[in-house]
Design a protein around this ligand. Structure first.
Ligand SMILES: Nc1ncnc2c1ncn2[C@@H]1O[C@H](COP(=O)(O)OP(=O)(O)O)[C@@H](O)[C@H]1O
Ligand SMILES: [Mg+2]
Length: 240
């Protein structure tokens, strides 16, 4: 289980100290879906980056199965980032010179697994799962925004993570494309039984998660179960 305990993040800038997160505590239960909402600047991306081990808190801790990321060695933390979590960003962050399939394979390269035939097959299976089986040879510039985000999602699930962290995954997409990407994320959550943490300021997206957290000025001001059909169904199916 992924857990933030009393997490505080302070940035030191020329103008002084800025407390971006203030003693935030959050447990992400296995298989749960959690939406993090709140106004721009509330600290949503900062929290997601801390949950993904991309950065460490100033105080407090983020722990995976009880082990604090801050106490892990560099190798262990790299393995956590590479295998335990998958991260999807608003602007896809694909490497432009690589094909879709090579982008999906990146976690294998970064993790030192190389690029053998089995890994290529796995990359193609991931592309197939996001509906892009015929786009593996395309470069990002040859793909639409929605397709690029699907490639990024395929890359995020390549190593079969236990938690999928998404930072405004539909923020750069038109509403129809965004709805399809949302549908895909929740389908993957069910099929792969991963936990899904979604940062969004789109109410439609947030409502589909079982639980919604409202962040304001670096603090959790609301934390509640979703009352939507999807949220209730998910709970009844025992997805969590
Ligand atoms: N590296 C940084 N140095 C200084 N301030 C930062 C840094 N990163 C983010 N901030 C500030 O932290 C606040 C929260 O940022 P962020 O987590 O990106 O908010 P959100 O994703 O909710 O819009 C903002 O005021 C932002 O300017
Ligand atoms: Mg943000």
């Amino acid at each position: 289980m992924l857990e933030a305990k009393q997490v505080t993040k302070v940035y030191r800038t020329g103008a002084g100290c800025l407390t971006v997160l203030d003693r935030v505590s959050l447990r992400v239960e296995p298989g749960a879906s959690v939406a993090i909402t709140g106004p721009s600047g509330a600290g949503k991306s900062t929290l997601l980056h801390l949950l993904g081990g991309l950065d460490l808190p100033t105080s407090g801790e983020v722990a995976w199965d009880g082990v604090s990321l801050g106490r892990m060695g560099e190798r262990q933390r790299c393995a956590f980032r590479n295998r335990t979590v998958g991260i999807v960003f608003q602007f896809y962050h694909l490497l432009p010179e690589l094909t879709a399939e090579e982008n999906v394979l990146l976690p294998a390269r970064v993790g030192g697994q190389g690029g053998g035939r089995r890994l290529h097959e796995r990359a193609r299976a991931c592309l197939d799962q996001v509906g892009l089986s015929r786009r593996g040879g395309h470069k990002p510039s040859q793909l639409s925004g929605g397709e690029q985000q699907r490639v990024a999602i395929a890359r995020a699930v390549f190593n079969d993570p236990q938690v999928l962290l998404c930072d405004e995954p539909t923020g750069n997409l038109d509403s129809a494309t965004g709805a399809a990407v949302t549908e895909l994320l929740f389908a993957l959550q069910r099929q792969r039984r991963v936990s899904l943490v979604l940062v969004t300021h789109e109410a439609d997206l947030a409502r589909q998660a079982e639980r919604t957290i409202l962040l304001r000025d670096g603090r959790i001001v609301e934390d509640g179960a979703s009352r939507t059909t999807r949220g209730r169904e998910a709970q009844r199916e025992g997805v969590r």
